[in-house]
Design a protein around this ligand. Sequence first.
Ligand SMILES: CC(C)(COP(=O)(O)OP(=O)(O)OC[C@H]1O[C@@H](n2cnc3c(N)ncnc32)[C@H](O)[C@@H]1OP(=O)(O)O)[C@@H](O)C(=O)NCCC(=O)NCCS
Length: 175
Amino acid sequence: MTSANSVFQIKTIHEKDLTGQKRDQLVQWFKDEFGYIPLKWAEPQWYVLAFNDSELIGRVGIIDRLILVADQQICIGGISGVIAKNEWRNNGIGKKLMAEAVKAIKDKLNVCFGLLLCRKEVSGFYEKLGWKVNDFPTTFEQPQGKMVFPNLTMTYSCEGAFFPNAPIDLNGLPW
Ligand SMILES: CC(C)(COP(=O)(O)OP(=O)(O)OC[C@H]1O[C@@H](n2cnc3c(N)ncnc32)[C@H](O)[C@@H]1OP(=O)(O)O)[C@@H](O)C(=O)NCCC(=O)NCCS
C-alpha cells in the first residue's frame, strides 16, 4: 500500500478523447482484472480515471443505457470495471472514483440512476457509498442469447429518486 497521504488526481473523459494508447491500456487493464469472467462486455462511453502524476492508478467506465425495469424504460449510467491499482488500494481512490462517477452520471448523462454488477465480496464497498442490492434477476444479451447475471446487481438513486426493486433487463451487453 502507498502512503495514505499520497496525492492523486481524478479526471472524467469521454472515450472519444482518449489517445489510442490510453484506450488500449484501459481495455487491457479490464481484461487483466476481469478476464476470467467468460462474457462479452459493453464498451464505456465515459471514463473516470485516477492519476498519480502521469501514472494511471484507478479507473471506472460509464455506460449510457436505456434499461427495462419490470418493463418500464429507465435511463441509467452503468458503472463498469472499478479498479484501483493493487499497490494503491485502501487510499480512498475507489471511493473518490465512485463519487466522481456518480457526478458524471448526473452532469454528463443527465440521469439520476446508476447500476453496477458485482461479486458479493465487494458489495460492502459499494454499500458504504449508498448503493443498494436489487433483489430480482438481471438479464442481458450475449452472442449466444439472453443470460441471467449470476452475482449481484446494485443500484444508486440520486436524492429524491427511487429505483424500483424489480427484475431488470440491461437491454444489451453487460458491463
Ligand atoms: C474495490 C476497489 C476498487 C476498492 O478501491 P480502494 O481504492 O481500495 O477503496 P477505498 O480505499 O476508496 O475504500 C473506501 C471504503 O471501502 C472499504 N472497502 C474497500 N474494499 C472493500 C471491500 N471489498 N468490501 C468492503 N469494503 C471495502 C474501505 O475499507 C473504505 O472504508 P472506509 O471509508 O470506512 O475507510 C479495489 O479493491 C479494487 O480495485 N479491487 C479489484 C477490482 C474489483 O474487484 N473491483 C470491483 C469490481 S465490481
